[in-house]
Design a protein around this ligand. Sequence first.
Ligand SMILES: Nc1nc2c(c(=O)[nH]1)N[C@H]1C(S)=C(S)[C@@H](COP(=O)(O)O)O[C@H]1N2
Ligand SMILES: [Mo]
Length: 319
Amino acid sequence: MKRSLYRSVPIPSSEITPEHVYTNRRLFMKAAGTAGLGMLLTACGVQPHDLTETPSADQEIDATTDELGDLLTSYTDVITYNNFYEFTTNKTGVSSLAKSFVPSPWIIEIGGLVSNPKAYSIEDLMKKFAQEERVYRLRCVEGWSMVIPWIGFELGLLLDDVEPLGSARYAAFTTLLDSKQMPGQGNPLYPWPYTEGLRLDEAQHPLTILATGLYGQPMPAQNGAPIRLVVPWKYGFKSIKSIVKIELTDRQPATLWNTIAPNEYGFYANVNPEVDHPRWSQATDRRIGERGRRETLMFNGYAEEVAGLYAGMDLKANY
Ligand SMILES: Nc1nc2c(c(=O)[nH]1)N[C@H]1C(S)=C(S)[C@@H](COP(=O)(O)O)O[C@H]1N2
Ligand SMILES: [Mo]
């Protein structure tokens, strides 16, 4: 494994602009790698659930840490400690229940307030948008966190492609509804399918990606195959998995967690150590694989990049 490029650029934090961050990341794969990933995803009989072993060194993960120097969470932890209620609410039980999930063929529809609504296959998306590796932290509202080398592309590029109308203000996301494959959807306590939403400027922010893989591999089923959102400055529940639809709207969309427990799960859900969950503090988190707890950073450590999106907003009221 190569050393993270992020680490070798000692610039004062005041000078860290998104450009610095972005020029230090690598286009995910050279030609051969891209073809390999595309083929893995398109070939019939591909079983993402076979990816139970730690990728070998030749998997070419570019980084060993994130830009803060935090070590990557082990591949085994990333694929065996999951939140994915469509399978089970038991975090260590998702990976085995997701083994038979078939994420292909897969179509993702983008419509609503756009001039150019489209339906894309995963293959279309892989061809159209270069896949990059980006190491982002994921912070769950339940108090644990991970550092994951995602593979994906900016959601903003896809939104540009469908041409949002001037009236579009939000993006609403929907997960696959298929209780045959997702036994947890038989649980009547939750309003399936899982839905999430972002303000349009959050969706267009260059840190927001649609991830198609992690650790140099196609997305494992338990992590949201074949395509999921990753919004690194927000609590994990915003990073909706196995997306089949994106709709641009002029009103704040309903989301699963905000619908069932609005006092616990706000629409914004920005990681904020100063705003407690009603039942527990959010000041610290347990990095999976580490002992002890860490102090949680404002916006999960991405404040330089995203704080401006919320200028003038009361972050206690808009939690
Ligand atoms: N469709 C769907 N997406 C989801 C969830 C879910 O239950 N269903 N859980 C969310 C939560 S709470 C977290 S913390 C992250 C966990 O992602 P991971 O299991 O890949 O680490 O997925 C999010 N996306
Ligand atoms: Mo979570």
